[in-house]
Ligand binder design. Sequence first.
Ligand SMILES: CCCCCCCC(=O)SCCNC(=O)CCNC(=O)[C@H](O)C(C)(C)COP(=O)(O)OP(=O)(O)OC[C@H]1O[C@@H](n2cnc3c(N)ncnc32)[C@H](O)[C@@H]1OP(=O)(O)O
Length: 166
Amino acid sequence: MTKPLQVEKLTRYADAVRKFASAAQNRCFGCGAANEHGLHLEFYLTQELHAVCETTVGDFFEGPKGFVHGGIIATLLDETMSKAVRAHGLVAMTRHMEVDYQRPVPSSEEIRLEGRVTRNEGRKHWTEALILNGHGKVLAHGKGLFIEVKPAPDPDPVKDGPTPHG
Ligand SMILES: CCCCCCCC(=O)SCCNC(=O)CCNC(=O)[C@H](O)C(C)(C)COP(=O)(O)OP(=O)(O)OC[C@H]1O[C@@H](n2cnc3c(N)ncnc32)[C@H](O)[C@@H]1OP(=O)(O)O
């Protein structure tokens, strides 16, 4: 089992992490500012290019009462792994992923997402991600295989950054 990263409150590590860039028109359900129904996840990168996010998922995404729906848990892990891949300058899509639902993930409480790339082989990039509660306990663990794809043309690279997705 992967150990959580030794990065505590992001505010304490303001110099060590930088915010992940995201274009204003990004409609991604996970991280897009332009999607009013989305999760609005804001990611930071550690110096090792691991993706980290602290967030609270609202009760409108519940499955069991008080806990996040399993599909949303998979989304959180997928998005976190995707950001870890993107942190290496790669544009890739999820080809395969698996989720180990270890403990229920509470809604309306702060949780922490951590993701990283574990192996690369040509276009193939293997990843993993964790969801942790406020005490650092691992609640869910995901593993993924991402395959590089050609990036979509950017409508306005000067104004909006490197990819519409961020
Ligand atoms: C653009 C950034 C958006 C980021 C959004 C956040 C992440 C997401 O949610 S993406 C949305 C969900 N994902 C999708 O919809 C993807 C749908 N799938 C696809 O479009 C395609 O399968 C795609 C593009 C990922 C890969 O297709 P393709 O280029 O044909 O690759 P394919 O030949 O199937 O596989 C590539 C390699 O992976 C290997 N491979 C495929 N599956 C597996 C597996 N489960 N385990 C191990 N290896 C595998 C293949 O054998 C192949 O190996 P090699 O190159 O050595 O022969």
